[in-house]
Design a protein around this ligand. Structure first.
Ligand SMILES: Cc1cc2nc3c(=O)[nH]c(=O)nc-3n(C[C@H](O)[C@H](O)[C@H](O)COP(=O)(O)OP(=O)(O)OC[C@H]3O[C@@H](n4cnc5c(N)ncnc54)[C@H](O)[C@@H]3O)c2cc1C
Length: 504
């Protein structure tokens, strides 16, 4: 480790939904902020790396693959500046992103607010009514809106509406808010967004999950992060945090600088961990169990982990759908509820970016009628646990943790596939050969908020119990799965945590 340690008011680890909001609000509140992000800048602008196109491009943009099954434990870092991280555990595949803007770079733009009763599982100081103003702040920055209010429905959404109707699910059909600049796809326009950045409107190319080269997705690197930089925050890229330790006056953060090829350290009065659920758990568990620099954390650390009830399926040979790539990836859902009216699951068609994947015409022709269904549901709170196995995270999760939910998901998918006349439904898209296996793009929990260390890892302000000045502000805070896309809630929680941190 060379060079004098850097000194900040706050070091924020990660630049996704939790990190970008934290950095922006803490810097606007007058703090000297350093953001450490292990990935790089992406987009069409000079100096940024272009989002991947074509199958080879996508394969080349994989950052790393963590493989932890049976006795085979490997972490293959292909390219530290890559975009996608695949974590393949015994029964669960986890897909996450790496880069300035975190998951917003590749997400399908859905900004969904949970219903009020979801907040009943959070500490008693936090209630839905109070959260509303933080959701409003996120809304005014990201300006999400449903597609049907902004433009004519793309053909694939019309087809999904027809399918919902034919399947007897018409009343449960809805278009969620999406953070995309919408307009006439044939006549793209430019707008200045809430952070003063120029964006173009969506051309319906359908490449959302490969990254938006048009700048139509209202990602964090176009909103909260430029606002943070204008307020003085520094963003250091390719900096991967390894461990943290308390000092006499605050915290020391140690990271590997992939660009310089060396280790560095910085000091701060407070640290905000926002490295995403697995990233934050890795830093906390490694610091506690390997470096032994963190003591006295809640025994709940790692408990309450879930994949948000995610399940994907491929519907082959359907006659109802066409042009799956037209329009933003994922903006029409069917929702089911429990008998007492609570949200249970969302099921939609996630457009596969056939054009962006650059498939040969004859292959693409054979794939007409092939569509991906994506579902998420309100998984039971204690279905998974994350621990440190000596070298890396070990994730103990399988779909038996909430078999009722996954049976219900299969049932709903079957109804849609049958109604769509599909020749086959390949469900549980995952690399695990195990029948209880599944895949998620929404890993949540493990540092759940609670009223005390017996029930949670942090308090309602995101402060880690037993570690003064250490905060968590990302998806790991969820005490239980919401069964909804979580980004909006993560951003709103981070808004609240930052506001309270500035006034403590
Ligand atoms: C394909 C796909 C589609 C999705 N679609 C939606 C959607 O439509 N709506 C929705 O709400 N959610 C969606 N999600 C999920 C969403 O992206 C995540 O829930 C969200 O990004 C989580 O926010 P976060 O702040 O917890 O972490 P992230 O956004 O994952 O940010 C964490 C950041 O920390 C960085 N990091 C990790 N470890 C370290 C380290 N050691 N040092 C430094 N930096 C580190 C990472 O590189 C990353 O940039 C989708 C995800 C994927 C993969």
């Amino acid at each position: 480790m060379r060079g004098p340690p850097l000194q900040y008011d706050a070091i924020v680890v990660g630049s996704g939904f939790g990190g970008a909001v934290s950095a922006c609000r803490l810097a606007e509140g007058g703090m000297r902020v350093l953001v450490l992000e292990r990935g790089t800048w992406w987009g069409a602008e000079p100096g940024r790396r272009s989002f991947p196109r074509g199958l080879l491009g996508v394969a080349r943009s994989v950052r790393n693959i963590r493989f932890r099954r049976g006795i085979v434990h490997r972490n293959l870092v292909r390219d530290p500046a890559g975009l996608y991280e695949l974590s393949l555990y015994e029964h669960l595949d986890v897909v996450t992103a790496s880069g300035v803007g975190g998951g917003s770079l590749v997400y399908t733009n859905v900004m969904e607010e949970p219903e009020d009763e979801f907040f009943d599982c959070f500490p008693q100081e936090m209630r839905a009514g109070e959260m509303r103003r933080y959701f409003d702040r996120v809304r005014s920055m990201l300006r999400p809106a449903p597609i049907d209010k902004a433009t004519a429905l793309p053909p694939k959404n019309e087809a999904y509406v027809r399918l919902a109707r034919a399947a007897g699910r018409e009343d449960n059909h809805e278009h969620p808010d999406i953070a995309v600049v919408l307009g006439d796809p044939d006549e793209p326009r430019t707008v200045v967004n809430a952070a003063g950045e120029v964006q173009s409107s969506c051309n319906f190319c359908g490449n959302c999950v490969l990254g938006c080269m048009e700048g139509a997705k209202t990602t964090l690197d176009r909103t909260y992060l430029p606002a943070a930089m204008r307020a003085g925050a520094e963003i250091a890229t390719l900096t991967e945090v390894e461990g943290i330790s308390p000092t006499n006056t605050g915290w020391q953060v140690r990271w590997f600088d992939h660009a310089a090829g060396r280790r560095r350290a910085g000091l701060a009065d407070r640290v905000v961990l926002a490295a995403g659920t697995l990233g934050t758990l890795r830093i906390l568990l490694r610091s506690r169990d390997r470096y032994r620099t963190l003591r006295g954390l809640s025994p709940r650390l790692g408990a309450g982990f879930s994949g948000n009830g995610d399940q994907g399926a491929l519907m082959l040979g359907s006659s109802l759908f066409f042009a799956g790539e037209q329009g933003p990836s994922f903006n029409a859902f069917i929702r089911t509820r429990t008998s007492d009216g609570r949200h249970r699951l969302l099921l939609g068609e996630a457009g596969i970016p056939w054009t962006g994947l650059g498939l040969p015409v004859h292959v693409a022709r054979r794939l007409v009628g092939t569509h991906m269904l994506l579902c998420m549901g309100r998984e039971e709170p204690d279905s998974g646990t994350v621990t440190w196995d000596g070298n890396d995270l070990s994730v103990d999760w399988d779909s038996l943790g909430d078999s009722d939910l996954f049976e219900e998901i299969e049932h709903e998918m079957d109804i849609l596939a049958t109604t769509a006349g599909a020749s086959r439904l390949v469900s549980r898209l995952a690399t695990s050969p195990h029948p209880l296996g599944n895949a998620t793009v929404h890993p949540l929990g493990g540092c759940g908020m609670g009223d005390s260390p017996d029930t949670g890892v942090t308090d309602h302000r995101g402060r880690v119990f037993g570690a003064d000045g250490l905060h968590v502000a990302d998806g790991s805070l969820y005490p239980r799965a919401s069964g909804l896309p979580p980004s909006m809630t993560i951003a709103a929680l981070a808004e609240r945590i930052a506001e309270l941190a500035l006034h403590s």
